[in-house]
Every structure is written in C-alpha cells, then in structure tokens.
Write a protein that binds this ligand. Structure first.
Ligand code: GRF
Length: 187
C-alpha cells in the first residue's frame, strides 16, 4: 500500500500522537507520519518523536510569518494530511485556506456541543447524560468543521473531570485512526 505522508501537530502529552504512531506501523494504515510539529519545547509528546526517530520541528509561533515557513516545510515533505492532536494554537484562516480541507482535529466532546476549552467541567456543570469525542475537518470557525467520526458514552453519577478525561481519551484512541482510514477510503 502506498501511504500518504502525514504531519501531526501537538502541544502537550502526545498520547494521541503515540497511538497514531503505533497504528501507522500497520501495513494497511493509510498514513506514514513524516513529521511532528510542536509549538511547545517542553511538550512531553516530543519523547515519542525521539523514541520512534520521527523528524520533529519545534515552532516559535511568536515569529511573524511562522505559518508561511511552516507551509513551505509541509510542502517540501509532501504532506497530504495534518492531524491536530492536542495542538493548542489556532491556525490562521490563511493557513487553513492554503492547506485546503486536509487538516483534521480531535475534540473531547460530542460536537457541536462544547466547542472550545475546559470541556469536561462544562459537561459536568450542564448535567449532560452523555459525552464523548469527535474527529472533524478544521475550518475557519473553531471546532465547527465537518464531522468525520464521533463516539460517545453515558456519564455516571460518580464521574468527575478526571474520569471523563480518561474515558474520552480511550475513545479518542479508537476514533482518530478510524477517521483517518475513512478519509482515505471515502475522501
Ligand atoms: C485530547 O484529549 C484531545 O481531545 C484534545 O487535546 C487532548 C490531547 O491529548 N484536543 P494528548 O496530547 O493527545 O494526550
């Protein structure tokens, strides 16, 4: 199988990155992780890039035009898909426009509910009966692009932010790879 080159953007722990690295080792998984981009030099997730000898780039988003340089690097690496995995910086309209609909993100809620940050505390406060996670295309509006995959679970009385995060992330490790397969199978 000819794999497409992908780039994963992270800012923190990188557990989704770790999972995608493992999955991308499968012969039939459609992407090869060619590059990892990180906007935080202290991100723990960088360890997975090092351990797996995947090239990584620490970017300084304070530099004017950093996205311009980034686009150039992505082009040079023939990147067909960008997967945001806990990337905490908003991409500009221009960047999104230039990269077309080839950027996807994973969000820890059942979108369109609970866009933005602090999802678990907001889910608990609003006494939802269900929550989950969503993989979606990135559009100019935050957490609003077309949904690719979504999975949910019922919330227990004993759940708290920590348990919701654990349960959500467990589902994330399932749906992110599934969504990537879906993208390349059905476009
Ligand atoms: C994930 O839970 C994802 O939903 C959100 O950020 C978190 C990143 O976690 N966008 P990790 O860095 O993959 O562990």
């Amino acid at each position: 199988m000819v794999k497409k080159n992908a780039c994963i953007f992270i800012s923190g722990m990188g557990s989704n990155l770790r999972n995608l690295i493992l999955r991308s080792r499968d012969y039939s998984f459609p992407i090869k992780i060619k590059l990892i981009v990180c906007n935080n030099k202290n991100a723990l997730g960088i360890v997975y890039a090092k351990k797996n000898s995947i090239p990584y780039l620490i970017i300084d988003t304070k530099i004017r035009n950093y996205e311009y340089q980034l686009l150039h690097i992505l082009k040079k690496n023939k990147i067909s898909l960008i997967c945001l995995a806990g990337y905490m910086k908003i991409l500009s309209k221009r960047f999104i426009g230039k990269f077309g609909n080839k950027i996807v993100n994973i969000h820890p809620s059942l979108l369109p509910k609970f866009k933005g940050l602090n999802t678990f505390s907001r889910v608990l406060k609003s006494q939802e009966i269900k929550t989950g996670c969503t993989v979606h295309y990135v559009s100019e509006k935050l957490d609003s692009g077309k949904i690719i995959s979504q999975k949910g679970f019922y919330i227990n009385n004993s759940d708290n932010e920590k348990s919701l995060k654990e349960k959500t992330q467990k589902l994330e490790y399932k749906i992110y790879p599934e969504a990537i397969i879906k993208i390349f199978r059905y476009g």
